[in-house]
Design a binder for this molecule. Structure first.
Ligand code: ATP
Ligand code: MG
Length: 140
């Protein structure tokens, strides 16, 4: 399997509850390396662009309001098969369906306030990383 990079967000429900370190510990325990990280308060425009694929969905407004409600931590994670591996570590979108040992099972509050984001494919990972990081901010 190839060395990959994926884009991660520690969402407002987690930063609000002081869980950045707890989430990072689960990321690192899974063998993923945090090669870039910063805490930002997204603007509405940034959140609407980031989740633009969902703009016709009924929860879009609620999702954007949530993502700008508190700071988030944006990250680039690196590892063998990092995209699929991080999706596994995150668990199902709805924490009620998330497997034991996953971040969402451990920490998510609801299908909306679900603690983390992770890219779903190499193409989206590249786009999402470029939205938040310059090349020289990623140090592998
Ligand atoms: P993410 O893209 O954040 O990693 P995901 O890929 O597991 O999550 P998506 O289907 O892409 O899930 O949904 C994006 C985000 O929109 C979810 O993580 C969640 O915060 C929110 N969301 C999804 N479905 C709902 C819903 N039914 N009600 C409220 N919010 C939702
Ligand atoms: Mg998604």
């Amino acid at each position: 399997m190839a060395l990959e990079r994926t884009f991660s967000i520690i969402k407002p429900d987690a930063t609000r509850r002081n869980l950045t370190g707890a989430v990072n510990a689960m990321i690192e325990a899974a063998g993923l390396r945090i090669v870039a990280q910063k805490r930002v308060h997204m603007t509405r425009a940034q959140a609407e662009t980031f989740y633009g694929v969902h703009k016709e969905r009924p929860f879009f407004g609620e999702l954007v309001d949530f993502m700008i409600s508190e700071p988030v931590v944006v990250q680039v994670l690196e590892g063998e098969g990092a995209i699929a591996k991080y999706r596994d570590v995150m668990g199902a979108t709805n924490p009620a369906n998330a497997a034991d040992g996953t971040i969402r099972k451990a920490h998510a509050l609801s299908v909306g306030e679900n603690t983390v984001h992770g890219s779903d494919a190499p193409e989206t990972a590249a786009i999402e990383i470029a939205q938040f990081f310059a090349g020289n901010e990623i140090v592998g």
